[in-house]
Design a protein around this ligand. Structure first.
Ligand code: HXC
Length: 495
């Protein structure tokens, strides 16, 4: 269909046009539009100007040869507002993506429900929410927020798996600054309320945060590329590049409480430059992302000692749990790298419901039937030891590095509890000497992986340098794994 796209209107706002965005996202010349002739009136008045393609461009194309379905809202057509036909067009491409088992990618830039269409506009949204939910766990769903996304409209991206935001361009909120002011008296800008940075760092709504549209579309392509297509495993195993990980043994400091960046360990385990971090700026005490080991796509969940000592809290539990569920939906094997002092002790965390949030993590790991491989790098204490994909939650294999400490808690805390009465009766040097002796004894007896190995909770102690090869071997050997399933409608994950 011949249309005159209004490039200038978008460029003057520092944004790309809907059709330019599609061109950046997809392989060159691969886009096929559908429904370009569907149009509507932006008003109840039938003499009003017709809205070309009803303000949203829909179709399919490829990314690195993989078929994807796509929609892109055109803000230059009545503010990209969503009327009934606009909504139906989006719901239709989601449905097509489901039928063809391909990813769906939505580029959102809209003033929300088309006011002139009244309840019909809301019906358009309802269809989209329904198909988003049907698609969840069956095909990957990606939302790019390339402008405004206001009102209940945010719940379509909210249901999808990955949300991309762009600095100074993306705005997402349920109610805008004016409503916030009239209801609560709080004064804020749209940027402060729901700008890209807010959702990447504070709310955790966004998974990827970019400085420009071009950078954003490039990353979406990388993400789509790393999703395994039908089968998790390549038909022919690629020639495994064994020699990686020469530096891995020197990353963890001798002193068990010293921080280090677990991403350096991940880089030594996965194929070179293959790690794609998700939610990099949110709940940084846990690191999640995709990578490849010998060309096999895996999901990685790693405690991050560099940030809050890698402790688990409400946000990091949610972040990891949702990612685990994504991986499991698509049978992507999960590699857990454990170095965790426990769940975060604090009144704020308790009052925020760390019991509910931590339970999501336990539930997500226990429920996952994909291949689950765990490596205890250093410490694994208490409930967090169990929660980080221990043998008890049915990890297929659990490994520990030679200096791993698997215990109920650290020595200092343990001695304060089990020797409290004796300590109370002592004072001064005697007390200190007694305490030091007890800490030493606890360290000698409990701060290792010996019992866990003897009981079979850890399958093998391995050297850091063996890790990559061992994981690759397991990924290949366990490729036909099938977990026993209890027949039930669905479980009730603590939300
Ligand atoms: C109809 C709309 C519209 C809408 C924008 N337009 N939003 N038309 N319905 N929801 C039209 C404008 O009238 C204008 O038309 C054109 O789009 C461009 O809009 P501008 O306001 O000139 O653009 P800008 O200054 O860039 O501001 C963008 C904006 C603003 C911040 C997004 O348009 C805005 O605040 N829109 C309303 C946002 C909102 O409250 N949405 C919630 C609706 S309720 P002309 O003809 O003048 O060019 C909702 C509930 C959904 O979405 C529930 C789902 C379950």
């Amino acid at each position: 269909m011949n249309v005159n796209y209004n490039y200038e209107a978008q460029h003057s706002k520092g944004k790309l046009h809907a059709i330019e965005r599609i061109a950046l996202l997809l392989d060159k010349d691969s886009f096929c539009e559908i429904g370009s002739g569907i149009s509507n009136y932006g008003s109840c008045d039938s003499s009003a100007k017709k809205l070309p393609y009803d303000g949203v461009i829909t179709g399919h194309g490829t990314i690195e040869g993989k078929t994807v379905f796509v929609y892109s809202q055109d803000f230059t057509v009545n503010g990209g507002s969503l009327g009934l036909r606009h909504g139906r067009k989006i719901a239709h491409v989601i449905e097509l993506a489901i039928k063809n088992k391909c990813p769906i990618i939505g580029i959102n830039d809209s003033g929300g429900a088309r006011i002139q269409e009244g309840v019909n506009a809301l019906a358009g949204y309802g269809d989209i929410f329904y198909y988003n939910t049907m698609a969840s766990g069956y095909i990957p769903q990606i939302s790019i927020i390339a402008g405004a996304c206001a009102g209940g409209a945010v719940y379509s991206p909210g249901i999808t798996d990955f949300i991309f935001v762009i600095d100074n361009i993306s705005k997402m909120f349920v109610t805008g600054p004016n409503v916030v002011k009239s209801v609560t008296g709080q004064v804020c800008t749209a940027e402060e309320l729901g700008g890209a940075e807010v959702h990447a760092k504070k709310s955790g709504v966004a998974h990827f945060y970019h400085q420009s549209e071009r950078e954003c579309f490039k990353k979406v392509r990388e993400l789509v590329k790393i999703f395994p297509e039908d089968s998790v495993y390549p038909d022919k195993f690629s020639v495994y590049v064994k020699k990686r990980g020469s530096k891995i043994a020197n990353i963890i400091p001798e002193e068990s409480k010293k921080a280090y960046d677990v991403r350096h360990i991940i880089d030594e385990i996965v194929d070179q430059n293959s790690f794609l971090e998700v939610q990099e700026h949110f709940a940084q005490n846990v690191v999640i992302g995709f990578g490849k080991i010998g060309d096999i796509t895996v999901g990685i969940v790693a405690n991050q000692p560099y940030f809050m000592s890698g402790v688990l809290d409400c946000d990091s539990s949610d972040k990891a749990a949702r990612f685990i569920r994504f991986c499991d939906s698509f049978d992507i094997p999960i590699i857990s790298l454990v170095d965790v002092p426990g769940f975060m002790p604090s009144t704020t965390q308790e009052h925020s419901g760390i019991i509910r949030h931590g339970a999501k993590l336990l539930y997500a790991y226990a429920e996952a039937t994909t291949t689950k491989l765990t490596v205890v790098l250093r410490k694994a204490y208490g409930g967090a030891y169990i929660a980080m994909c221990s043998k008890h939650l049915k990890a297929d294999f659990v490994y520990a590095w030679p200096k791993a400490e698997i215990a109920v808690m650290g020595a200092e805390g343990a001695v304060q509890i089990i020797n409290r009465k004796e300590m109370k009766a002592l004072s001064g040097d005697d007390k200190k000497k007694f305490y030091d002796e007890k800490v030493r004894a606890y360290n000698d007896n409990f701060m290792n992986a010996n019992t866990a190995v003897e009981e079979g909770y850890v399958d093998e102690l391995i050297q850091p340098s063996e890790t990559r090869e061992r994981l690759y071997c397991d990924l290949v050997r366990l490729r036909n794994k099938e977990e026993m399933k209890i027949k039930k409608k669905h479980g009730n994950i603590p939300l």
